[in-house]
Design a binder for this molecule. Structure first.
Ligand SMILES: [Zn+2]
Length: 166
């Protein structure tokens, strides 16, 4: 696809993202970027999902030194946010979710509403969207270890599945 990757973890984070995109059937129009650390609030920010635009960004500087487990849990976590975002979008159009309850969708819709300043009113770990994404990342990491012989196998199968932008 003509993408250039500066290190192994950049391939791994994209392959991990694509693995979840396929599993959860996420809309193919989401954008995924690997950006320099200066695009993030601090070097502790490994990645983010921008709910205003539906974009996933990974921190290039974080990826330079992260472990395989950190990279994959990051990919699974952020990609799950894209899934939540999609389910909320559908819910707002009147389409029911097969995964989330009405109650969960009401909370998620509030947290994903760009007018809700969740950062100010809640602690990060209290948000349902974050709790779900963390739980999912841990669950999928276990599943990944059962399903693949290692990172090389995941990359081979998933790296080029979707076009990713730089
Ligand atoms: Zn998150």
């Amino acid at each position: 696809m003509g993408n250039k990757y500066d290190c192994f973890n950049e391939k791994l984070v994209i392959a991990g993202t694509n693995y979840i995109r396929e599993k959860l059937k996420i809309d193919e129009n989401i954008w995924v970027f690997i950006n320099d650390g200066k695009n993030f609030e601090s070097d502790k920010h490994s990645g983010k999902f921008e709910k205003e635009v539906g974009v996933i960004r990974y921190n290039k500087d974080f990826l330079k030194t992260a472990t395989e487990e950190q990279v994959l849990k990051l990919a699974f976590h952020e990609t799950f946010h894209a899934f939540q975002f999609q389910e909320v979008f559908n819910y707002n159009q009147g389409i029911k979710s097969k995964v989330f309850s009405e109650e969960e969708l009401t909370v998620l819709a509030h947290e994903f509403n760009p007018n809700t300043k969740t950062e100010e009113t809640h602690k990060w770990h209290e948000l349902l969207s974050e709790q779900q994404a963390e739980t999912f990342a841990h669950f999928m990491y276990e599943k990944y270890k059962e399903s693949f012989s290692g990172a090389d196998m995941l990359i081979e199968k998933y790296l080029d599945m979707f076009p990713n932008l730089e």
